[in-house]
Design a protein around this ligand. Structure first.
Ligand code: A3P
Length: 292
């Protein structure tokens, strides 16, 4: 994808119709043959769709609402990023059950055993207009290691022409949507979580087989509110700044809003993203995409 990469030469590759950085493709064979367990819980998303928010909710539900432990231990240790370099597939393979695993891989590129072991999978979809703003802020401004010499508009063009990491977005979400009725899959919408977080905490709890009281729901909603997570160093990725891999003046916990794209996107990009939603998604999925 060199000609589209704005300095990201040798970073992005296409595999089975999706775009990935080379560091994931290097271990693709190990991804496919990874041993899945029936009692794993996987949170899977296209990046910037509310992954961290749902991870924290799932963590509390699976750990007797132990907020003290959640505040103490970094989320990447409690709930590792499957295909990333740290902690790596070997370390995840050795974790005690029940494992909590985050991944941005699309359904068609997950380990082969997902089909037979049928672990619980929670997928979250978010409207692509807020995603592109959030993705640019994270991948280009927050992270230091991704070379990119284009503008925000260039980045938006990459997104609409399906050339950002893990894209095409529409293909990623469509694959998950097609599996939404599987009994081991829970399909959530970021914007719905905003509207009524408590309702969805309860839905996630029931899906995980961890029923909660009204009081417990309130406690989880409070611990996982945007304002609270922004201040919480175990989930706000401030550690990346200390490690020298993220820029101090940019926040991972940026806005946490629905519709902030209105302050950033050009009319032309809005038109192209609207087009993507109406022409590339199955009609019943298009109806789920809420961007204001
Ligand atoms: P913004 O950049 O629009 O603020 P991910 O975890 O998949 O990387 O997604 C990050 C996005 O989710 C960011 O969006 C972030 O602010 C938002 N987010 C994180 N925690 C949230 C929370 N508790 N409530 C609402 N949004 C949250």
């Amino acid at each position: 994808l060199e000609e589209y990469s704005f300095g990201r030469r040798a970073w992005l590759y296409k595999y089975r119709g999706f775009v990935f950085p080379n560091l994931f493709l290097d271990k693709i064979r190990n991804i496919h043959t990874f041993d899945v367990r029936e009692d794993d819980v996987w949170v899977i998303t296209f990046p910037k769709s509310g992954t961290t928010w749902v991870q924290e909710i799932v963590y509390l539900l699976m750990n007797d609402l132990d907020t003290e432990k959640a505040l103490k231990l970094n989320i990447d240790i409690r709930f590792p990023y499957f295909e990333f370099v740290e902690p790596g597939l070997q370390a995840i393979a050795e974790m005690p059950s029940p494992r909590l695993i985050k991944s941005h891989l699309p359904f068609s590129i997950l380990p082969n055993q997902m089909k037979n072991k049928r672990p619980k999978i929670i997928y979250i979809v978010r409207n692509p207009k807020d995603i592109v703003v959030s993705y640019y802020s994270f991948a280009i401004k927050f992270l230091k290691m991704v070379p990119f010499n284009g503008s925000f508009e260039d980045y938006c063009q990459l997104f609409v022409s399906d050339k950002v990491d893990y894209g095409p977005w529409w293909k990623h979400v469509s694959e998950a949507w097609n599996r939404r009725d599987d009994d081991n899959v829970l399909f959530l919408v970021y914007e719905d979580l905003h509207l009524d977080t408590g309702k969805h905490v309860r839905e996630i709890a029931n899906f995980l087989g961890k029923p909660v009281s009204d009081e417990q729901v309130d406690m989880i909603v409070k611990h996982c509110s945007f304002e609270s997570m922004k201040q919480n160093n175990s989930v706000n990725y401030e550690w990346m700044k200390d490690a020298g891999i993220a820029n101090k003046e940019v926040q991972f916990m940026r806005q946490g809003k629905v519709g902030d794209w209105k302050n950033h996107l050009s009319t032309e990009i809005v038109r192209q993203l609207d087009d993507m939603v109406t022409t590339k998604l199955p009609p019943d999925l298009s109806e789920q995409i809420k961007d204001s």
